[in-house]
Each structure stands twice: as structure tokens, then as C-alpha cells.
Design a protein around this ligand. Structure first.
Ligand code: MN
Length: 234
């Protein structure tokens, strides 16, 4: 994709995440720069629903704006660069405070895939606690050291939950990061409902392996993106 096409898709992704209530006034999505793998693109500090191409800023992986042009960046831009720096195959990162997901970041109950749409989320969704290394903070990933610590907790996984805060989701494409974020929220709702009925049958590890091996070619990905995009434009 060209830079212009990448920015257009990133704007669409902002609008989809807002429509699905994965993000509200807060939360953001980035994409690795298509020509400069050592840089990434992310909106300035705006609610995702309102983001336009002119809001998209370019950053170094340390979170330094290349040309701010008067725009104010998100405090938590360091989440994105820190992950791009250690995960070369990741091309898009979503950070959000989904209210359905947070209960699993603050309790002892692991969040695990319960339905096929969430198989790509993987077998493990670790919880990162900012307090372990940084003590009492305002909970925000507002410098590169905190970003790197969170990225280390993410490791090779797709999702990292953030205690008292939210979560971060990665993908090899914008579409993959958006779909995983949407279906993470759906999975959290379904798991919460199922747990009220008693013991839950989660997806088995070998089933998750099958789905993750075929993730790029998963049937329905294009259909899901088209559906979500249409919903966001209504
Ligand atoms: Mn946040």
C-alpha cells in the first residue's frame, strides 16, 4: 500500500473501532510506516470517531513526532513504538479501554477464547501490571520505558491486558488488529455470560493452533472488514 492508502485505511480503522465501542474518547490505533519500518503513523490526540487524514502524525519508534506541525500527540504513543521495535512482523497496534475486557485485567480469571471468532487471540493473554516496575503512577504508558516494559509483557502474544487500565492488541495488518480488538471485546462478553452458567468449555489449545496457523487466510476476514466498515459509515 502507498502512504496515502495506508493513512486512508488507518482513518477507516479509527472509525470502525469507535462505532464498535472498542474505543470511545480514548484509545488509539497505529500502523507501521509503509516505507520506513523504523517509523509509525498514529492520529494526534483526538477521539477516534473524529479522526481525519490530516490528523495522522508520523513518529519514530521512541515516540518522537517527526513533524508535529502544531498537533498534540497522544500521551500513550509509546505503547505503539515499543511494540513495533521488538515485533518486526507486527504492522498495527490497537490500545483500548474496552469496559468488557477490563474485568479480566483486574481479577484472577484468565481471559480465554470461547468461540471460533476469537481463536486468533491465542492461548495466552498475559496481564501487565505497571506497578510492578514503576510503583504508584497515573496508570498511563506515558514514556518509552513504560512502553518497553509493557511490550516485554506482551512478548510473542497477540493481546496484553493492562491492570486497572485496558489492553493492547497487535496484528500483522490493520485489518487483523481491528478484527482482533473487536472480537476480543465480543469474547470477553461471551465469556462473562458463560461463566454465570457455571463451568465453561473454552477453545482447546490445539484448536487455537489450527486457527492461528491459518490466520492470514482465515475465511471471512474480508467479509468482516467490509461489514464493519459499512457499519461505521452509516
Ligand atoms: Mn490508555
Amino acid at each position: 500500500m502507498t502512504l496515502e492508502e495506508t493513512i486512508a485505511k488507518l482513518v477507516d480503522a479509527n472509525h470502525i473501532l469507535a462505532q464498535e465501542r472498542v474505543v470511545d474518547a480514548f484509545g488509539h490505533i497505529s500502523v507501521r510506516h509503509p516505507e520506513r519500518p523504523d517509523r509509525f503513523l498514529l492520529s494526534c490526540s483526538r477521539s477516534p470517531e473524529l479522526v481525519t487524514p490530516r490528523d495522522i502524525m508520523e513518529f519514530t519508534l521512541d515516540g518522537i513526532p517527526v513533524d508535529a506541525a502544531g498537533r498534540k500527540p497522544y500521551f500513550e504513543r509509546f505503547i505503539h513504538g515499543a511494540i513495533f521495535a521488538i515485533r518486526p512482523e507486527v504492522h498495527s497496534v490497537v490500545h483500548n479501554h474496552s469496559y468488557d475486557v477490563i474485568p479480566f485485567a483486574v481479577s484472577k480469571t484468565p481471559l480465554r477464547p470461547v468461540f471460533h471468532g476469537a481463536g486468533n487471540l491465542g492461548k495466552s493473554m498475559p496481564v501487565w501490571d505497571i506497578r510492578t516496575k514503576f510503583g504508584a503512577t497515573n496508570m498511563l504508558v506515558n514514556d518509552i520505558d513504560k512502553g518497553r516494559d509493557m511490550a516485554t509483557a506482551l512478548g510473542s502474544n497477540t493481546v496484553v491486558l493492562m491492570r486497572g487500565h485496558g489492553c493492547t492488541v497487535v496484528g500483522q495488518t490493520i485489518e487483523e488488529a481491528v478484527l482482533s480488538s473487536v472480537y476480543l471485546q465480543v469474547n470477553a462478553r461471551l465469556q462473562t455470560t458463560a461463566m454465570q452458567f457455571g463451568d465453561v468449555s473454552y477453545l482447546h489449545d490445539d484448536e487455537i493452533d489450527v486457527m492461528q496457523a491459518a490466520r492470514a487466510a482465515a475465511p471471512g476476514n474480508d467479509r468482516a472488514w467490509e461489514y464493519l466498515l459499512a457499519r461505521s459509515r452509516r
